[in-house]
Design a protein. Structure first.
Length: 353
């Protein structure tokens, strides 16, 4: 009989002997060079982790090739980080330099630790999701082509800067809480196919899916109708009802958000806020998006204090200065008009001209 409900493999059987031995006893770590971490234990044992960028969407050949490298230098041990970088775990110091040389020779990019721009957390895009307003892998490749010197440490930044991509406002991943987020958005209201809807959609579920109450039943057609004045083109109705379509290759595009973070270091975690309401989908290189992200990184890096994340920098200088320094236009789209929006309005006389 097939075995089921047995869960993932026990991670304790998959970690290198040096980690098994020193589990819970690590004393400190340093970053001797970008992308290389040195952990030292109470017992005096040392472990080096060499981090490389990965495109996340990889072939089995890619997995085999990095596994071969791990076999050669790391007794077969390898891990993936929470941002989908790969890390080679080296307990024999004599193998560290040969590993690094081999990785560089084979074209792998080492970096992503400490104050840097690490891998971009991203989603499925046009590769695999029916809701994708934009592509994920394409944009990420383009952005990292522009920013790779920040990954490798060739260009220094004041603090870590996290970038995320989500191909629709479902925001699978980390876009609501990243220093810079790229989010796919629609700008054309959805169209209802009445004939299809009758057989394929639950009307109460479809109505309940709308955050603005823009959908109501249409008894004449036994379908639904959408009030375009109320619709904000979130596409939630299209997720639950395949008879409602919203894709529009001309008007769809991306928005850029800034200032989110999840750590509690220095200041509380923050949500990302809207910086650029719309940029066009322009595959395959998305020049408008990559230029905007690069510009935001450069302005922040030139102005932030050491250790200051994007959101902390904006909190210090204020949003007026943020728009002034970045040269981005402030528009009505930046003003919250959803439930509890008033909490985001200024309720003080303190502001800068
Ligand atoms: S963010 Fe949206 S489009 Fe992208 S994978 Fe998630 S649900 Fe699909
Ligand atoms: S797109 Fe969003 S706001 Fe518009 S009708 Fe559908 S669920 Fe409502």
């Amino acid at each position: 009989m097939a075995r089921n409900d047995f869960g993932p493999p026990d991670y304790r059987e998959l970690i290198p002997p040096v980690i098994q031995k020193n589990y819970g006893q690590w004393k400190y770590h340093t970053i001797p060079r970008p992308g290389v971490l040195k952990h030292v234990s109470d017992t005096g044992d040392v472990l080096y982790s060499v981090r490389i960028a990965s495109p996340r969407l990889v072939s089995s050949e890619y997995i085999r090739s990095i596994s071969d490298i791990a076999d050669t230098y790391c007794d077969g041990y390898l891990r993936f980080t929470t941002r989908n970088n790969a890390e080679f775990l080296v307990s024999d110091e004599s193998k560290l330099e040969p590993l690094i040389k081999d990785l560089v020779a084979k074209g792998y990019m080492i970096g992503g630790g400490g104050h840097s721009i690490s891998n971009v957390v991203h989603t499925q895009g046009w590769i695999h999701c029916k809701s994708a307003v934009t592509d994920a892998s394409g944009i990420v490749k383009d952005v990292m082509d522009e920013l790779h010197p920040y990954f490798t440490g060739e260009i220094k930044v004041p603090a870590r800067l996290r970038i995320a991509v989500a191909c629709c406002v479902n925001m699978c991943g980390a876009c609501h809480c990243s220093d810079i987020s790229i989010v796919g958005i629609h700008r054309t209201p959805p169209r209802v196919n009445d004939e299809l809807l009758v057989g394929r959609c639950e009307i109460p579920t479809t109505i309940a899916a709308c955050p603005t109450g823009a959908i109501r039943p249409n008894p004449k057609t036994k379908s639904v109708e959408i009030n375009h004045e109320k619709c904000m083109m979130c596409a939630n109705c299209t997720v639950v009802c395949p008879a409602i379509k919203i894709m529009d290759p001309v008007n769809d595009g991306v928005s850029i958000w800034v200032g989110g973070k999840v750590s509690n270091a220095r200041t509380a975690p923050k949500f990302s806020r809207l910086a650029i309401p719309y940029l066009p989908n322009n595959p395959p290189r998305w020049p408008e998006v990559t230029n905007a992200v690069k510009h935001l990184v450069e302005v922040w890096a030139a102005s932030a204090r050491e250790g200051e994340r994007m959101g902390e920098w904006i909190d210090r200088i204020g949003w007026e200065r943020f728009f002034e320094k970045t040269g981005l236009p402030f528009t009505d789209k930046h003003i919250d008009d959803f439930t509890h929006a008033t909490t985001t309005f200024r309720s003080t006389t303190q502001f800068r001209f």
